[in-house]
Ligand binder design. Sequence first.
Ligand SMILES: [Zn+2]
Ligand SMILES: [Zn+2]
Ligand SMILES: [Zn+2]
Length: 477
Amino acid sequence: MKLTTVLCAILTLFSIQLENNDKNSVVPEKNKHTLNYVRQKSFSTKKIQSTNIHYTKITEIVNNLMGNKEIKKIENLYDIHFDLMYYLVTFEDSGYLIYDLEAQDYQEYSETSSSPYLKYENEMKIYVGPGNYCYLDDGTLKDIASGNTISASDQNNLETIYENIQDSKEESQNEESTDSANDTNSINSLPSSYDLPYSYYFTNLHENYADNYLGSCGYIALQITLGYFNNFGGQGGLIPDEYIEKEQVYSEDPSQWTESAGSNYNFHYKLLTIGSQLNYSSAVSMSQLKDIHDEYNDQFASSYNFVSENNILTAFVNLILPSLLYQNYVVILGVSGIDSNVLPGQNIRHAVTAYGYVNGGDGYRVHFGEKELDLTNVVIKDYTIESYFALKYTSSHKHSQNYYYVEPEVITYMCPCGEYSYHYHDWEYTNLTSSSHTKVCKECNATIENEAHTFIGPGIFKTCSECGYSKLPSVGS
Ligand SMILES: [Zn+2]
Ligand SMILES: [Zn+2]
Ligand SMILES: [Zn+2]
């Protein structure tokens, strides 16, 4: 079925080429502009970095203050004007911490006490500095300690406390001159659904990745992720050329590239080798996968910059993962359990590659990394997400050469960003026989085997116009 599609596409493009024989115009100018515009649009997503900054910061603070506390939940906490200003962090066994989004630091914490808001799980929680804990009860502001409605004069007092807190924060911020002013605005600015730019890379990746064997799904997800950045994330060369399955394309529109370029089996083997050097088995945890990637970067791509993070997830999946995806991280998820919309009745433990989310994290769009299932674009909702490894490459753009289009004498490489390059083959001739030659391009290794000589010459001695092979006159000519 796929073959038919490709063949149709070849015929279409060749007939276009016959009409327009200008080698320089394989990608018409107008399409270049279109692609660049799409790229700019897709990459202008700088705004939301903050949620993740806060999460990272909270983890850092908790680790510094309380060592091995495990975060159970992070909830919104509002100031007296009902602006989101704090996070209430609670821990697995006991204790809590109140984190200030503006100061990016804690306001108070306890290792042993329960959160003052413990009984008000579902109410809007208001914080006006240590000791002043309120909640909103059906539109009425109430004091948690007494349970009483806050009177007008109490409210004035709280207002004064609020102003003092703000003043002291401003002072300390002027000293540090941090630029976190916009951060609070962007906390709630995540769209309810989002897919990474060029998400069709994942959707179209049916073939060019390794088979999962011995539970090596984590390795496969890593290959898929690196392939994304290599091909569509402007990190050309991130995976060495020898490990890439290049893909001939028949459209100038990358969304119509029916198969994504990907890594080959040798790359899978290479990553497995790195894993075994680290004494990891074929089935790895997300933190082991992080180590393997660090080592990969060291050995094969040390000039490429990346950011990554990994963690075990407890209760705040929907706070972290959409934010990471919206920042255009690819997020490898360790999932388990049953999702009857995906694989009815099958209890799995698997690594999948997430490249989008729906309904604020109610579901994640993933590539399953299993050739037999061919689930390249499926939304998972019911699996338990146990852990993740998020990765994003940030080096300046290097064009990918993994997509190409071949004409008899020219090969054109197309980067999904809209840039292309081409060369005329520089043939080297081998295997000369009386009737044919084989030619190999010195630059790209394109090979045409046993091509018939093109004999020319005015007299009886004929010479191949391409390779120079001369033949003696045959009897009777
Ligand atoms: Zn490019
Ligand atoms: Zn060539
Ligand atoms: Zn020849």
